[in-house]
Design a protein around this ligand. Sequence first.
Ligand code: AMP
Ligand code: TRP
Length: 330
Amino acid sequence: MEQKIVFSGVQPSGELTIGNYIGAIKNWIELQDKYTCYYSIVDLHAITVPQVPKDLRKNTLDLLAIYLACGLDPEKSTIFIQSHVPAHLELTWVLNSISYMGQLSRMTQFKEKSQRSEENLNAALFTYPVLMAADILLYQTDLVPVGEDQKQHVELARDLAERFNNRYSETFKVPEPLIKKEGARIMSLQNPEKKMSKSDDNQNGYILILDDPDTIRRKVKRAVTDSKGEVKYNDEQLGIRNLMNIYSVFSGNTIEEIENKYDGLGYGDFKEDVAEVIIKELYPIQEKYNELINNKDYLEKVYSEGREKAEYVAMKTLRKVYRKVGFIQR
Ligand code: AMP
Ligand code: TRP
């Protein structure tokens, strides 16, 4: 049987939080040994909000170094920069032609972003999910490991695949989202009803993958909890529930094991341990990152080889699509 295919990506739009790590990248690592994986740095998506060009360049290399430091292995996976493979844009155009305005305007992320920034309501923000569908469908992807917030976009990719297949005959595999329960939605440490995000105004709301140990200790200590004083997993103690999810992912303990371990202990002890499990996992990643970010030649080698492998596969699908649509072979 053919190996299943995995595709995912993160935008190079600044530093990554442990939400990105837990919801996405950490899960990608274990998939590498079982599946054929494509992991992209989606710079085309990043320009749907204004970027400073030199920062975008820096953030792109930074993200590549973080991917590698977290354990993505170019020997096992194809790691590449989205804008290096123009087929993504070419397929986007074709998919635009079968995308309904109504469906795109119902995308939660578009609605949220457009409410936040009326003055920058650009067309790319609107077709962003179509580009994401092109990313996924070009590689005949089976599984898309993402956080909960991207589920709707993967569903759109499924719809577009099915619509194209119905209209032009079987062409695309219909992908499925792969969302882990505990890490699907890591919440802000300052407001556990909001997802943890690097665009949060309050820096205490998020922990960055590159935060130093003292910063991590301080942020966890300040995390908003409640007055119950019990480490119990339920809907009334959202702050504690979030910390338990984080602890669970980093320690490998189940929620039940955590409840037992902290039975009778206060939040102080629990929070100290939460900080330590985060630090223990992030520290080696940070050391590796510091080494890699100074090795530009190596980074260039990785993304160049990645581009070549990605392009080969992407072009195979694109040629098929162009033929079915009725374009004359170039
Ligand atoms: P983005 O930073 O929007 O490019 O997100 C990259 C990946 O991280 C996507 O798969 C998101 O679903 C995931 N992600 C972002 N924030 C969180 C969060 N707070 N909890 C879980 N996953 C997240
Ligand atoms: N839109 C995704 C996000 O913001 C990033 C992304 C772009 C992606 N293309 C993708 C994720 C393809 C998975 C598959 O997180």
